[in-house]
Write a protein that binds this ligand. Structure first.
Ligand code: EPU
Length: 444
């Protein structure tokens, strides 16, 4: 398993172009199951999660050309409906094949995804939505079997849960409803930019979806969907992570393809903290802006509560926690989406951070300098927060289990080193005593 060795204290300067969004790409790829036509996706990031999704789709009868950049997909076999446990367990986003499979093949067998590193992640809302569209749900040998022999039928569905909307749940039900008979209304739909991107692709394929980006979707089902060519939106979480990297090193960094319009809650917090995100260009196309990130000498503490979009994203919580270790005073961070998503707290504490946790809330006492230490990554965004901590810490930080990072950031070390960071990837094969390679499990 690779690790990063980071020499801290380097000021970052230069330009990064933000890659395509992982969390947009995964459901966009699954949407290829909704048609016999060719789906071309552009700006697909080079990540292990994308490779895993391609592997799953190939097993489900999709012919795929290209691994990243431009990816072309076309269904060649309609008979395969089983998303197996050994793929689903590596990537929970496998669940977004459910809606497309049932809509087109009238049956899906999906291994029940387990919990992940940051707590239980149920799929009850996905199933409730499919049931409302007329599907029957059974559980057998750890597989969820979803069938709709007569096809799906439009209806009104409330898709809210205890934490509000569901991103992949909305994606699933939107794909299924696009091919259901009649009109479906989804109330409490997720408003995330990635859901909007999926609606844009489906509409290019011939779907009739209105209201994407708001909490009420109106979907008039069509008989079939066709080919489309689509460019994936830039990744707002990668953009936010690199903006934190600039701020935490008191740097001066330009970010191109910055999805400004999808990041207003994060930008609001940056402003509060004393980090300036100045729009250089892109006023006419604010999902593809160019910004300059600089920060004040002394950062201010703030409060952050994670919420569904357009609130502050849970996927940036860990990175902001690292940033707030630098602020001059106490900050409060409350995690409302995944109340257990705090694995980074213990690791940051190993580096000298003063963070106390009470249930879903952490108090970050800023102003204590961090010191390099060996730390272990436990999920994708926690890993990012540890790399950020390493950038600003005194001395050397070793972050192990970097495979988590490779799921969501393309060659992060190369991107940051180009700005002046000093990060070395230390390659290490993991062997059992018998010399076999241990397969790496990816949880989140
Ligand atoms: N929830 C339910 N029931 C469900 C589904 C969700 O109670 O059936 C709850 C969850 O437990 C959570 C909340 O609803 O409390 C929101 O979960 P959501 O379904 O929106 O999460 P997701 O769609 O499984 C996506 C991202 C996650 C991101 C969340 C929240 C992808 C592939 N994953 O997951 O991204 O944290 O939305 O924004 O799009 C990441 O990239 O690091 C990551 C974990």
């Amino acid at each position: 398993m690779d690790s990063f060795r980071i020499q801290g204290g380097k000021r970052l300067a230069g330009t990064i172009q933000i890659e395509g969004s992982k969390n947009a790409t995964l459901p966009l790829m699954a949407a290829a199951l909704c048609t016999d036509g060719e789906i071309t996706l552009r700006n697909v990031p080079c990540l292990s999660d994308i490779t895993n999704m391609a592997r799953l789709l190939r097993e489900l009868g999709v012919d795929i050309e290209g691994d990243c950049g431009t990816v072309k997909m076309r269904v060649v076999d309609h008979n395969r409906v089983h998303a197996r446990y050994d793929i689903v367990k590596t990537m929970r986003a496998s669940i977004c094949t459910l809606g497309p499979l049932v809509a087109r093949r009238r049956r899906a067998v999906i291994s029940m995804p387990g919990g992940c590193a940051f707590g239980s992640r149920p799929i009850d809302l996905h199933l409730r939505g499919m049931e409302a569209l007329g599907a029957k749900i059974d559980l057998e040998d750890g597989d969820i079997i979803v069938t709709a022999p007569e096809g799906l039928k439009g209806t009104t569905i409330f898709l809210g849960g205890p934490s509000g909307s569901t991103v992949l749940g909305t994606a699933n039900i939107m794909c299924a409803a696009a091919l259901a008979k009649g009109r479906t209304i989804i109330e409490c739909a997720a408003c995330e930019p990635e859901v909007v991107d999926l609606a844009v692709l489906l509409n290019k394929m011939g779907a009739r979806i209105q209201g994407a980006g708001g909490p009420r979707l109106v979907i008039d089902g069509v008989e079939s969907l066709g080919s489309a060519d689509h460019t994936v939106i830039p990744d707002r979480i990668v953009a936010g992570t690199y903006a934190v990297a600039a701020a935490i090193t008191n740097g001066d960094v330009f970010l191109e393809e910055f999805p400004y319009d999808g990041m207003l809650a994060a930008i609001d917090r940056f402003n509060q903290i004393g980090v300036h995100i100045e729009m250089i260009s892109g006023q006419d196309d604010p999902m593809h802006a160019k910004v300059r990130v600089t920060s004040e000498r002394t950062l201010k503490p703030t409060t952050i509560t994670t919420q569904p979009h357009p609130g502050f994203p849970t996927d940036l919580q860990a990175q902001f926690m690292t940033l707030l270790c630098l602020a001059n005073g106490n900050s409060i961070i409350t995690e409302k989406i995944y109340p257990e998503r705090f694995m980074h707290v213990a690791e940051l504490s190993r580096m000298g951070a003063k963070i106390s946790r009470e249930g879903p809330t952490c108090v970050v006492a800023g102003g204590t300098p961090l010191r390099g230490a060996p730390v272990m990554a436990s999920d994708l965004r926690a890993s990012a927060s540890l790399v950020l901590a390493g950038l600003m810490a005194e001395g050397v930080t070793e972050v192990s289990r970097i495979y988590h990072l490779d799921r969501g950031y393309t060659k992060m070390e190369e991107q940051l080193n180009a700005l002046g960071a000093s990060i070395e990837r230390v390659k290490e094969a993991t062997h059992t005593p018998a010399g076999e390679l241990i397969p790496v499990a990816l949880e989140a």
